[in-house]
Design a protein around this ligand. Structure first.
Ligand code: G3H
Ligand code: 13P
Ligand code: ZN
Length: 336
């Protein structure tokens, strides 16, 4: 069932308010096998799910192929609440295109300029985000904004400079823009190399934001766990990934108790697919059918996502999601 991400995130918010917090994983998708893996994991754990596409994904798979793969997943899995989300939208045009394609949720990352590299000003961020909120809400679409910048650079996304979110500024930002969800910078970063030593995130920033923004969904980007088992398999079968480090599940679980509602995961899917593919090809040197290693990758990704859905507490929550599609949300935003 295709719904807005607001519907799914509201289930997380209500659970937090009831003292039984859980978070929704938002998984990046670029092709059919990844999407099938995500839906297998959602079915097996009965989890609502947000799937998100970056601009790189929409370019790689050509946007209409990808859109129709997601629609097929919704059609084949009517019992799973599923939101189609744009990850790191960089301009009004990118967001408009996604909404015109049928996305039920968009991110406008106004923490960076349109080049997705240069940190922007607060005023620029408020202006671009407000424009997106107006257009998106007129169409019933959920909006995620971002305040503060993450460290690390992933495929050209990110300034490489970390600027943690100021909670008072976050409250002002939400009041001025009307965003539904806010990505906050708490010390994580995109990619497979997040920490030099121990994984440390700023729980106090989450708690402060949660206090000042009791009805805004809080989002943690750059939250892959980078499991050592996957790194070891990749390196055992010819890979060379050194000093990889992510955010362990227990750190994310504490972040959820502090008020995080949405957790973005991309790198872990990449690692799971690479580990399974390398292992399969090394153990089966005579095989060359793309379906064979594609299936191995799909299985590896599904297992990784099942672990995330259990760790984030998403498992078993499909029936807690209200049926808020685009039409219902359009009416709600219009105050009807
Ligand atoms: O935010 C970054 C995501 O991991 C997407 O990465 O732009 O390489 O698709 P990508
Ligand atoms: P990871 O690189 O930690 O998976 O983060 C993904 C992300 O934040 C996508 O927006
Ligand atoms: Zn991100």
């Amino acid at each position: 069932m295709l719904v807005t991400s607001k519907a799914i995130l509201e289930a997380s918010m209500q659970a937090y308010k009831a003292g039984k917090p859980f978070a929704i994983g938002a998984y990046n998708v670029n092709n059919m096998e990844q999407m099938q893996a995500i839906m297998k994991a959602a079915r097996e754990t009965q989890s609502p799910v947000i799937v998100q596409m970056s601009r790189g994904a929409l370019k790689y798979a050509e946007d209409k192929y990808l859109r129709n793969i997601i629609l097929a997943a919704a059609e084949l899995n009517p019992e799973i609440p599923l939101a189609m989300h744009l990850d790191h939208g960089n301009s009004f045009e990118t967001v408009k295109k996604a909404i015109d394609l049928g996305f039920t949720s968009v991110m406008i990352d106004g923490s960076l300029m349109e080049d997705s590299k240069t940190p922007s000003t607060f005023e620029y961020n408020v202006k671009i985000t407000s424009e997106v909120v107006k257009y998106a809400h007129d169409h019933g679409v959920t909006v995620e904004g971002e305040l503060g910048t993450l460290g690390g650079i992933e495929d050209g996304v990110g300034s490489g400079k970390e600027h943690l979110t100021n909670p008072e500024e976050a409250a002002e930002f939400v009041a001025k823009t009307g965003v539904d969800a806010l990505a906050i910078s708490i010390g994580t970063s995109h990619g497979a190399h997040k920490f030099k030593g121990e994984a440390k995130i700023a729980y106090n920033i989450i708690e402060e934001c949660r206090k000042l923004l009791p009805n805004t969904y809080l989002v943690a980007h750059g939250s892959s766990s980078v499991p050592k088992e996957l790194i070891d398999i990749i390196n055992q079968y010819g890979g060379q990934l050194e000093h990889a480090a992510g955010v362990p599940f227990d750190v994310l679980q504490k972040a959820i108790t502090c008020g995080i509602n949405k957790i973005n995961v991309d790198t872990d899917l990449r690692l799971a697919a690479t580990a399974a593919t390398r292992k399969f090809l090394a153990e089966n040197p005579t095989k060359f059918d793309q379906r064979d290693y594609g299936a191995a990758a799909r299985e590896g990704i599904a297992n990784e996502i099942i672990a995330h859905m259990k760790a984030f507490g998403t498992a078993g929550h499909t029936t807690d999601v209200p049926n808020w599609g685009l039409d219902e949300m359009k009416a709600k935003y219009q105050g009807k």
